[in-house]
Write a protein that binds this ligand. Structure first.
Ligand SMILES: NC(=O)c1ccc[n+]([C@@H]2O[C@H](COP(=O)([O-])OP(=O)(O)OC[C@H]3O[C@@H](n4cnc5c(N)ncnc54)[C@H](O)[C@@H]3O)[C@@H](O)[C@H]2O)c1
Length: 246
């Protein structure tokens, strides 16, 4: 377990599920957390528990909002050591029924927003010798039914992670991704299936071991974000209870 005292971590999706678990764990390990999400009340409830924690509401589909939260974090807390892109959304739909707006939104929230956050954060992270952890999904390394936009975006996020890792090989920046399988969070418990969905196709995403607790996946993310993972760069870790093992 690595002491993260003195580090500043910007965590998106910090109001709920995995992001709240990551924010709490980093805070308990001594990092100062800057939380970002949409719902101010739920975000405040998480971040106000953390010593020195700050937060800002933003829709990460908005490029200017991404730039603003990074600038606010660096200005308010004086530095930025860690960017953890957790925020994401997943809605299942029959592909032929997906509207142009739904497709754009899937990509904006799950891929373009993390790109805008990475681009804005990198100068600060280079200065600090910091790192990025992108939360993709097993939908970023395999296909999932009724999830064309989500899968395309999460595959893109894995590709973005690897591209940045290669581009910054010679500089003081580490970039890694985590691909969770099913976790017990509101994204899963509030799920609705499209009418007429084939349950056999839907169940192909499930691990026989069941859903993971977000706290368990947060442990892996906290490790990658810490100095204990100094040798880990450009890695794509699954945390899926063996789902993709074969
Ligand atoms: N729950 C799962 O089974 C599962 C599996 C694989 C990957 N994931 C990924 O893990 C991450 C966290 O998901 P979760 O399960 O904790 O879900 P969740 O619904 O509990 O939390 C999602 C968080 O993202 C934030 N968010 C969503 N859209 C946003 C936007 N446009 N702007 C700003 N914030 C936004 C929400 O405010 C919330 O804080 C997501 O990237 C998700 O795709 C989840």
């Amino acid at each position: 377990m690595s002491d993260m005292s003195g580090k500043v971590a910007l965590v998106t999706g910090a109001s709920s599920g995995l992001g709240a678990a990551v924010a709490g764990l980093l805070g308990r390990r001594g990092a100062t957390v800057f939380g970002v999400a949409r719902d101010e009340q739920r975000l405040a409830a998480v971040v106000e528990q953390l010593p020195g924690g700050r937060y800002a509401t933003a829709d990460i589909a908005d490029a200017a909002a991404c730039r603003d939260v990074v600038a606010r974090c660096a200005a308010d807390l004086g530095r930025l050591d860690i960017l953890i892109n957790v925020a994401g959304q997943h809605a299942m739909r029959h592909t032929v029924q997906v509207t142009d707006e739904e497709w754009e939104r899937d990509l904006a929230v799950n891929l373009t927003g993390p790109f805008h956050l990475c681009r804005a954060a990198i100068p600060h992270l280079l200065e600090a010798g910091g790192n990025i952890v992108n939360v993709a999904s097993i939908a970023g390394i395999e296909g999932q039914a009724y999830s064309a936009g989500y899968c395309a975006a999460k595959h893109g996020l894995v590709g973005l992670t690897r591209a940045l890792a290669v581009e910054y090989t010679a500089q003081r920046l580490r970039v890694n991704a985590v691909c969770p399988g099913g976790m017990l969070t509101p994204q899963v418990t509030n799920f609705t299936l499209p009418d007429g969905a084939d349950p056999n196709l839907v169940m192909r995403v499930a691990s026989p071991r069941g859903l993971s607790e977000p706290d368990a996946v947060a442990e892996l993310i906290a490790f990658l974000a810490s100095d204990a993972a100094a040798a880990v760069h450009g890695a794509v870790y699954t945390a899926d209870n063996g789902k993709t093992a074969g």
